[in-house]
Design a protein around this ligand. Structure first.
Ligand code: HEC
Ligand code: HEC
Length: 234
């Protein structure tokens, strides 16, 4: 059992390393496609807000984002659970998803068509606008014990790394922040559950090195439901 655990730990370390390497490559790739005028000068410290907003201009982004308001809400807090909240989400994560929809590495009948309408010059600003809004929050905390347990504890025999290891202690992202790991705390329950099911069945494959597919692939329907319930209340 001891050796088995060591092997699993080594595998997970490898996954983490691969995730990190791919993520860094993806971020520098993204950054190289953004206007350089908004970038932080090399000697200025990058604070959390700046990191969350990314390279775009949130003020210019508001009018460019009007196209999105009907579904995602003017402040990024959509009311219908079928449309994910974008409020306070990392700008770089939002932009990555749009690029993934455009490249068909992530697909959705409605959102793929919307992403195709976004021109390159506007993307960073639109993403920055939603990122700059007060962060998504659950309506009320969930008392779901199964969800909480899975969120906070590894289950290594099943290759499940605790969610808060990457998504932050309350699902709001990492501190001091890493735009690779999206904010999930306070997101709509139905949307969360839908994505977890998509990751498990491989219908969504765009996480770096397929890390999300690996993490949820041995969780049951009831466990995914419990996780979505717990996380949506954060
Ligand atoms: C007609 C409704 C509609 C409009 C308008 C729309 N979206 Fe979406 N969007 C969706 C749906 C539905 C999803 C969920 C897709 C899924 O389930 O995979 C989504 C998902 C997303 C995601 C992924 C969120 C995540 O947490 O991974 C981003 C980012 C996004 N939309 C950005 C935008 C932007 C930017 C615009 C405006 C240019 C926009 N959307 C316009 C319906 C819409
Ligand atoms: C090793 C790091 C890591 C761990 C552990 C992890 N995640 Fe993720 N997760 C990610 C990354 C990276 C993404 C972004 C995928 C992308 O770029 O599309 C993600 C995306 C997601 C999304 C999609 C968010 C959205 O807005 O569409 C959900 C939901 C999610 N994770 C839930 C979980 C849950 C629940 C757990 C625990 C069972 C978990 N994650 C554990 C790294 C991780």
């Amino acid at each position: 059992m001891f050796y088995f655990k060591r092997i699993i730990t080594a595998c997970l370390a490898l996954v983490a390393l691969l995730t990190h390497t791919t993520a860094v490559a993806e971020i520098s790739n993204l950054a190289s496609q953004q206007p350089s005028s908004q970038e932080t000068p090399p000697n200025q410290s990058v604070n959390e807000t700046k990191l969350r907003i990314g390279p775009g201009d949130p003020v210019a982004g508001k009018s460019k984002a009007e196209l999105c308001f009907g579904c995602h809400g003017e402040d990024g807090n959509s009311t219908s659970p079928e449309f994910p909240k974008l409020a306070g989400q990392y700008g770089i994560y939002i932009a990555k998803q749009i690029r993934n929809f455009q490249a068909t590495t992530r697909t959705h009948q409605v959102m793929s068509a919307m992403a195709a309408a976004v021109i390159d010059e506007d993307l960073a600003d639109i993403a920055a606008y939603f990122a700059s809004q007060p962060m998504m929050k659950g309506a009320s905390p969930s008392s779901n014990k199964i969800g909480k347990k899975l969120f906070e504890n590894d289950d290594l025999p099943r290759m499940m790394v605790r969610c808060n290891n990457c998504h932050g202690t309350t699902g709001k992202g990492q501190n001091p922040g890493n735009p690779v790991y999206p904010v999930i705390g306070g997101q709509h329950k139905d949307y969360l559950l839908g994505q977890l099911i998509n990751f498990r069945k491989g219908a969504r494959n765009n996480s770096p090195s397929g890390v999300m597919n690996t993490i949820v692939h041995r969780l049951s329907d009831a466990e995914l439901e419990a996780l979505a319930d717990y996380i949506s209340g954060l």
